[in-house]
Design a protein around this ligand. Sequence first.
Ligand code: HEM
Length: 470
Amino acid sequence: LPPGPTPLPFMGNTLAMLLEKPGYECFRRWTKQFGGVYTFWMGNIPYVIIGSYDLLKETFVRDGDTYKDKYPQPFNEKLRGGMYGIVESNGHMWSTHRRFALSTLRDFGLGKDLMQEKILIEVEDIFRKYDAQLGKEQDIQVVLNNAIANVINQTIFGYRFDETNQEEFERMRHLVEYQEKQFATVKVYVEAFVPTIGKFLPGKSLDQLLDDWRNSFYTFFDTQIENHRKKIDFDSEESQDYAEAYLKEQKKQEALGEFELFSNTQFSNTCLDLWLAGVSTTNTTVNWTICYVLNHPDVLQKMNEEFDQVVGSDRLVTMGDKNNLPYFNAVLNESQRCANIVPINLFHATTKDTVINGYPVKKGTGVIAQISTVMLDEKIFPEPYKFNPDRFIDENGKPIKIEQLIPFSIGKRQCPGEGLARMEIFLFLANFFNRYKISPSSKVFPNLDKKDNVGVFPKDLHAILNRRNC
Ligand code: HEM
């Protein structure tokens, strides 16, 4: 294996991630010390880390099939009942369901006006809620969170969380937060990767946490799936949502004698993936962007000037405005880069014996695309910790594309929700910033500190909103 930091007995290099929060610092340090490829030990399992963009292209992109498997993690299999879903499955199961998710998202209007229409309904709902509290201190996150959950739930199960079912939304919000907070503690982290030591640390065990959480989440999915099963019209050509499309495909497969590929277990696990991956990441990104902008009043002012010039009123901003808002797009790019919400990225495995940068690596070895190191590479992004949207704009105000900006990862597993996430981030934030004058809360200024947990979730975000254009 390629040389890397010296592992401790039992713990490997796990402690470095915990001591140098938010988690990506040690990888940056090791990339400087060992180069773009080195070995990192999580407990007693070695992972080859690829932390340079050129090597990621050479491996994850040009030789994508070799890097497309996931490394099986016992806690994940326990949660899911095996390697099910999209995020944690491999082989034919994975490729079939990734393709199915992508084509179903396309059928529901991704890349067309239909998805934009759905998101703009949420934007108007956000306006109604914020407008009702103008001039007062309000919780910015919860309203946006509701809207982002609505987009996903509408896509998967065909309905929104409005005033008639707020309790259900609160339950789901709590479950997503539970995952972000309870699973991001040192105890859980050590227990997941070094169970021999982690189980002796004080606090609720990983098993207990997983049980509580999985039961609540899967009960929600199973109920939705059953409701769909009761009312589905198998003869209708168009499906209203992902669940309906799945049930029709399941029936088709069963008629061909195939009962495993579109099983019920696979169904609820795919729902889990789309729900969690779709809500938590987008939400975190949107909230970090607001935090970064509020901490940089000069950026807010430049953004407002651009909105005044290009939009000039409080009409809805649409995807049609995107190309005319280069500075705002630069702010979104820079926010995704600085937020850097996936400090370690997901754990892949090689599908065959291979050679990485001259080192022979056996089939089934853990391998990680270290995207956060790439996005903090000072050769590409000078002064990498400085929030500076201007790095994405040339002297004529035209956008600069920097290919090393890879928050959605790279290769065969690159995020399939990227198109949807980009559309949501643009529409929610463009409309938010264009409509409101935002004054930070008098009590808690939006905090950019990422050192609380293992993970990079933003703190509470309260602010006072007033209209800009009236
Ligand atoms: C800002 C928002 C988002 C970010 C930053 C993000 C980032 C990522 C990253 C880094 C991965 C891991 C890729 C790898 O294994 O190398 C991933 C995978 C995934 N994401 Fe996203 N994501 C976002 C939004 C979404 C949305 C909206 C959805 C669903 C609609 C989604 C669904 C998934 C799924 C299903 C996978 C697993 C793909 C696979 O293993 O083939 N994500 N995402």
